[in-house]
Design a protein around this ligand. Sequence first.
Ligand SMILES: Nc1ncnc2c1ncn2[C@@H]1O[C@H](COP(=O)(O)OP(=O)(O)OP(=O)(O)O)[C@@H](O)[C@H]1O
Length: 127
Amino acid sequence: MGRYQKPGFWRSLTQAWRGMLYTWKTQGHLQFHVFAGIIVLFFAWWSEVSRFEWLILILAIGSVIGAEVMNTALEIVVDMVQPNFHPLAGMAKDVAAGAVLVTAIQAVVIGLVVFFPRLYRFAYQIF
Ligand SMILES: Nc1ncnc2c1ncn2[C@@H]1O[C@H](COP(=O)(O)OP(=O)(O)OP(=O)(O)O)[C@@H](O)[C@H]1O
């Protein structure tokens, strides 16, 4: 095993990007979250949300994506430390997946609070 050397700023960025790419390639959930986030941002632009709503929506999308990336990191560590079946290894993964679920529920609630009144008004005008 090579000696560890603390990387510089640009090298750290490259490594972080490599981690993101790995997560993107291996986790279908991340692809789904990014796709859903793009659709939400499109709707935000289309329905001309306020600056504050933009910030909240971006925070919500970033939280889900960040939690998914952290979840992937934990899965990698668990698989490295415990490649065999172990109840604690399974529980660690389940707890990390629970963190993603919390952020996803939060994002859905934020999306409803921001978009539901607009969709309601839109539907009201049409029907
Ligand atoms: N070593 C293990 N021992 C016991 N149970 C495990 C182990 N590895 C995984 N599991 C169980 O299988 C589930 C799925 O684990 P897996 O490693 O396939 O993650 P995943 O399908 O990529 O999860 P996610 O959908 O959260 O990204 C875990 O949530 C856990 O309940």
